[in-house]
Ligand binder design. Structure first.
Ligand code: PHB
Length: 390
C-alpha cells in the first residue's frame, strides 16, 4: 500500500467513525449558557438571585439538561443600555453560546432581543419586563420566564380603584420599565373610575427622591403608584415612610417594590399592598420544596427573581429534552416550550403565543419579612402582546 493511500484511508476511517457517533459526540459536548445579568449597581442582588435559581434547577436535574452538561459564561451588564450590544455580542460572537439568559433591565433587554433575533441565538429573559420583547420584537427564539411590565402593573390599578381611590399620582424611573408599569397601572385604574393626576419621574438609577416627595405632599392625592426595584426600591420605600406620607397616602406598585427588599426596608414597608406573580409562602408543595432547597443552598430566602431564574432553566430543560439535547433542532425545541405547562413555584404557567407567561397575579400585603398572599388579583392574566406578529 502506498504511503499516500494509507494516509487517505486512515483519515476517511476517522471521519466515518466521527459521523457515525455524531449523536454521542454531541452528548459529550456541553451546552453553553451565557448569563448576561447585572452583578453590580442597583439591580446586583436581582442578578445574583436569578443565577442562583437557574443553577439550583440545573442541580436538581442532576447537572444536565436534555442529557447535556452545562458550561456557563458570564457578563455583568451593569444595567447599562449603552453597553448592551457589545456585551451581548461577547456572548454570541466571542463565546459562541447556545443560549443567553438575561437580563433584569428593560432597556438592556431590548438590545439583547435585537441581537438574538438577528443571530437566531436562543434568548430566555428571566426578568426584564419590556413590553416590546413579547410585543413588536417577539420571535420564535425569544422566551420570557418572568412577566411583562404591563402585566404586573395593570392589576394594581384595578385593585386601587376597588379600594375606593379616585386620584393618584405616579412616580418612577424614566425608562421603559417605569413608563410601561405606570401606563399599565393608569389603564387599570382609569378603566375602573380612577384618574391619574400627575406623573413624576427621575432618571435611572437616581435615588434623590426628596423634591418629588415634597411635590406629592403638596398635591395630596388619594394614592401613589410607583415602580422601583432593587436597592432603589429599598431607598424609595424608606424615604416615603420617613417623609410621613405613608400615614395618609398609601403607596402601591408592582411587587418589585417590596420583593427581596424587606430585610432592608423593615418598618417602612409594613402593610404595603402590591401585585405580583409570586408571593412568599404560597403554601403549595411545589413552592415549599423550592423555598426549602433555596434556603439550604444559599442561606437566603428566595424571591421572585430566584423563581424566574429557576423557571428559565425549567423552560430550557423542556426544549432540550424534546430536541434530544440538540438545540439546533429549532422547531422541536420551540414547539415543546410553547406546549409545556411549567410547574413553577409561583403556580403552573403556560406561555402565550408571544412567549410570555400566562399567569395568576397575586395581591400581596407586607407582614414582617414576607409578602403574604391576600388573594388572586387577576387569574390567568395574559399580556396583550400588542404588535407581536408570529
Ligand atoms: C425592568 O427593567 O424591566 C425591571 C427591572 C427590575 C424589576 C422589574 C423590571 O424588578
Amino acid at each position: 500500500m502506498s504511503k499516500q493511500w494509507a494516509t487517505w484511508s486512515k483519515a476517511t476511517a476517522i471521519a466515518l467513525a466521527a459521523a457515525a457517533s455524531c449523536g454521542s459526540v454531541m452528548a459529550q459536548e456541553k451546552i453553553k449558557v451565557g448569563f448576561m445579568l447585572p452583578f453590580s449597581g442597583t439591580y446586583a442582588a436581582l442578578g445574583v438571585a436569578i443565577e442562583n435559581g437557574f443553577r439550583m434547577q440545573v442541580a436538581e436535574q442532576g447537572g444536565k439538561l436534555g442529557g447535556r452538561e452545562i458550561e456557563y459564561f458570564k457578563v455583568d451588564d451593569e444595567s447599562d443600555p449603552a453597553k448592551a450590544t457589545d456585551n451581548v455580542n461577547r456572548l454570541i460572537k466571542r463565546d459562541k453560546v447556545d443560549v443567553i439568559v438575561g437580563t433584569v433591565h428593560s432597556g438592556v433587554a431590548m438590545a439583547m432581543a435585537k441581537a438574538a433575533k438577528e443571530s437566531g441565538t436562543v434568548l430566555i429573559v428571566p426578568n426584564a419586563g419590556a413590553d416590546a420583547v413579547t410585543g413588536p420584537m417577539c420571535a420564535p427564539n425569544i422566551f420570557r420566564s418572568s412577566f411583562s411590565n404591563w402585566q404586573t402593573a395593570y392589576p394594581m390599578g384595578v385593585v386601587a380603584a376597588k379600594e375606593g381611590k379616585k386620584n393618584a399620582m405616579t412616580i418612577t424611573w424614566k425608562y421603559a420599565a417605569g413608563e410601561e408599569a405606570v401606563a399599565g397601572m393608569k389603564e387599570g385604574f382609569e378603566k375602573n373610575g380612577g384618574k391619574v393626576s400627575k406623573q413624576l419621574t427621575l432618571p435611572f438609577p437616581n435615588v434623590e427622591f426628596q423634591a418629588l416627595l415634597t411635590e406629592i405632599a403638596a398635591a395630596k392625592p388619594d394614592a401613589v403608584f410607583s415602580f422601583f426595584a432593587g436597592a432603589g426600591a429599598v431607598k424609595f420605600v424608606k424615604d416615603y415612610h420617613a417623609s410621613g406620607l405613608s400615614k395618609t397616602i398609601p403607596l402601591y406598585g408592582p411587587g418589585f417594590l417590596t420583593d427581596g427588599t424587606l430585610e432592608a426596608q423593615g418598618e417602612a414597608a409594613q402593610g404595603m399592598l402590591t401585585t405580583l406573580h409570586y408571593a412568599d409562602e404560597l403554601g403549595t408543595p411545589r413552592d415549599k420544596t423550592f423555598r426549602t432547597n433555596y434556603a439550604k443552598n444559599y442561606k437566603l430566602q428566595p424571591d421572585v427573581y430566584a423563581v424566574q431564574g429557576y423557571d428559565a432553566a425549567q423552560m430550557l430543560a423542556v426544549g432540550l429534552k424534546a430536541a434530544g439535547g440538540d438545540i439546533t433542532k429549532k422547531d422541536v425545541f420551540r414547539t415543546a416550550i410553547e406546549k409545556a405547562t411549567i410547574a413553577s413555584p409561583r403556580g403552573d404557567f403556560t406561555l402565550s403565543k408571544a412567549h410570555n407567561p400566562v399567569q395568576d397575579i397575586y395581591l400581596r400585603k407586607v407582614d414582617g419579612k414576607e409578602n403574604k398572599k391576600i388573594s388572586i388579583a387577576i387569574k390567568g392574566l395574559a399580556d396583550p402582546a400588542r404588535g407581536c406578529r408570529m
